[in-house]
Ligand binder design. Structure first.
Ligand code: ARG
Length: 469
């Protein structure tokens, strides 16, 4: 239907099916604002360097601004025959400003243009994600602060291991989400590089000024090798890898909340607004949000695999395969953003049943390690102490009791080193608070971890370091 901008050498029109097959406009239209902003910067640079006249540049800017207005007003007409967003904007520009539009593409190619659009899109999204992660981390610290003192079993192999503070458990997620923020900040360094000026693959004969364009578009640096520039999607891979790791953290948290909200654990209750019912079983209250986050994690991994596979056999430099980068990338961005949003809303709507958690610390021999420590601090070699307590555990199990249910004389049968003070030594509070090693679960240690987290969050909001370079 529309006249192609590249059809000079063609004598036949494109097959309709091929048009549909090659078009990316249904999804890359999402990049319109970046495409237009990039074009405005490009033509302003062309005027600064004398490649086009200031009047021509003014015409182009006027036309591009009108195209943006039309798109935002929903008046813009999309058509598969124009392939992608770049062609759509340029062809509409031609209709608005006439011949001057033909100068816009001077010293540029769609290959560096599309790289620019994706980089600008991803830069904005990454900044938003880092900020959202910061809000989530704040929420996690608030929960940890609000529950300081509450105890629960800590697990290894999903078997009760040693008592820990609920706040300590929650702060483990603070660490994960902090690393995620750092990873996105690091990816941002390589996203935030101007590709424009690489042209099709070899650079351009026009006297362009890439630093000028970079300044206009707030890129701290310009890319080096022009062939690498149009053939590079590492930055998108890094983003999606960081998104995959972040989703993996959300998936682990989701898994715990699903387990904890089961009758078997009974450690949390998720508010009605964040759960759903069953169409057949009236008693059900299902943690669907958590389950879906766990499920959507697989989808983001899929996006990463799609991108890695897309790139793995491409010869230099640009190849049309790379048009397939957008849908996985958009999907990873959208899925992660939704997950961040829904989790930040859901977390304060979770009730931790601290009595049930505390009760759970009293069974399952969470004091066995400490009893061995007790003997070891009284002179018994740790290996021997481990063995003695193992026998005590076996004997208690046989009687259907816990270590701390045994009487002093029963305990003494295992070692004469045991005295009355064993009972306070094995109290959950003392067991927790003795673990004062850096990063341990003692109340004082966790309190200072939370204070450090608060300080880090404040510093990030003050200097903007939480939102990248
Ligand atoms: N729609 C294309 C993409 O997303 C733009 C670049 C196309 N370049 C080309 N020479 N056909 O990758």
């Amino acid at each position: 239907m529309s006249e192609k901008l590249w059809n000079g050498r063609f004598s036949e029109g494109t097959d309709k099916l091929v048009e549909r097959f090659t078009a990316s406009i249904s999804y890359d239209r999402r990049l319109y604002a970046w495409d237009i902003e990039g074009s405005i910067a490009h033509c302003s640079m062309l005027a600064d360097t004398g490649v086009i006249t200031p009047d021509e540049a003014a015409e182009l800017v006027r036309g591009l601004t009108q195209v943006r207005r039309e798109i935002e007003a929903g008046e813009f007409i999309y058509d598969d025959s124009l392939e992608d967003i770049h062609m759509h904007v340029e062809s509409r520009l031609l209709a608005i400003v006439g011949k001057a539009a033909q100068k816009l593409h001077t010293g540029r190619s769609r290959n560096d243009q599309v790289a620019l659009d994706i980089r600008m899109f991803l830069r904005a999204e990454t900044l938003g994600i880092i900020a959202a992660l910061r809000r989530l981390r704040e929420m996690v610290v608030s929960l940890a602060e609000a529950h300081l003192g509450a105890v629960m079993p800590g697990y290894t192999h999903l078997q009760r291991a040693q008592p820990v503070l609920l706040s300590h458990h929650l702060m483990a997620y603070y660490e994960m989400f902090t690393r995620d923020g750092e990873r996105f900040g690091d990816a941002l360094k390589r996203i935030n590089v101007l590709p424009l000026g690489a042209a099709a693959l070899a650079g351009t004969t026009y006297p362009i000024d890439r630093d000028n364009t970079a300044r206009r578009l707030h890129f701290p640096r310009v890319s080096e090798n022009s062939m690498d520039t149009v053939g590079d999607r590492d930055f998108a891979l890094e983003f999606t890898a960081a998104a995959s790791i972040c989703m993996m953290h959300f998936s682990r948290l989701s898994e715990e909340l699903i387990l904890w909200s089961s009758a078997e654990f009974g450690f949390v209750e998720i508010a009605d607004a964040f759960t759903t019912g069953s169409s057949i079983m009236p008693q059900k209250k299902n943690p669907d949000v958590c389950e879906l986050v766990r499920g959507k994690t697989g989808r983001v991994y899929g996006d990463l695999m799609a991108l890695l596979t897309l790139m793995k056999s491409l010869p230099m430099a640009y190849n049309r395969d790379m048009q397939e980068d957008k849908e996985p990338l958009f999907d990873a961005v959208d899925t992660l953003k939704m997950t961040l949003e829904v989790y930040t809303r859901m977390l304060p709507n979770i009730t931790f049943k601290i009595d049930a958690m505390a009760r759970a610390t009293t069974t399952g021999f969470l004091d066995a390690t400490d009893m061995a420590d007790y003997l070891a601090t009284r002179g018994m070699p740790f290996r021997e102490a481990h063995h003695v307590v193992g026998r005590a555990v076996g004997a208690a199990l046989a009687r259907g009791r816990e270590l701390h249910d045994l009487s002093l004389s029963e305990l003494k049968a295992f070692s004469g080193l045991i005295e009355e003070d064993i009972f306070s030594f094995l109290s959950v509070r003392q067991m927790v608070d003795r673990r004062k090693s850096h990063g341990g679960t003692a109340t004082d240690t966790v309190r200072s971890a939370m204070m450090n987290a608060r300080r880090a969050l404040i510093a990030e909001s003050d200097d903007g370091s939480g939102v990248g370079d």
